[in-house]
Design a protein around this ligand. Sequence first.
Ligand SMILES: [Zn+2]
Length: 223
Amino acid sequence: MRLFVKICLKGEKHYRHRNEMTHHVDTGYMKHECIVAGKPTLNPATLSAVPLFIFNIPRFQPNKDPTHIFSHHTYTSRILDVPAYATGNEIYLNTKYIASYTGDVKREITGVLYHEATHIWQWNGNGNGQPNIGNLTEGIADYVRLKGDLAPSHWQQPGEGYKWDQGYDVTARFLDYCNSLREGFVAELNGKMRNDYNDNFFVELLGKSVDQLWTDYKTMYGK
Ligand SMILES: [Zn+2]
């Protein structure tokens, strides 16, 4: 079974798609429950909380108008075996991943949604700048998930990891440390990544090179 769920931030009419079970929103926020493989994964409060959480991050500058449609689909694929991915304004959730997940599936999928929704609204340097920008954007997406109190137990702990731009959880924990030095740092960093990215942004915002910050961070945790 494929599910298609369309979510919007403003009023939205019915949506229908061939061979897909459709849940839709009548007006305003989402009014549906998404069930995949017998597991309830998302509820209206969860779905509406995702964009609300992101847009409530102080000084967060989205790359597009918050009223842009945010939709998600579920998919099964033997080729693309990842829990989820985002493209354009849409998030694709892997039904196989959801069905085989053994822990708290609602919490896990909500966390995945926080991560993927961040990709929809964050800046990515427009493809310009240093090559570590991809890992940094993954770190920012996991940082939002972390701030949503949705970090999974398998994540690296604070102070762990071998380099700051390793991506995902390691970078997210490091960004959390940087944000503790300057409230709103991650939101401001995202805002600066509109056209390109340079490690020097850390110096501009925090007065220290990112390598120095990483050393300070590791020292603080004795790692
Ligand atoms: Zn990602």
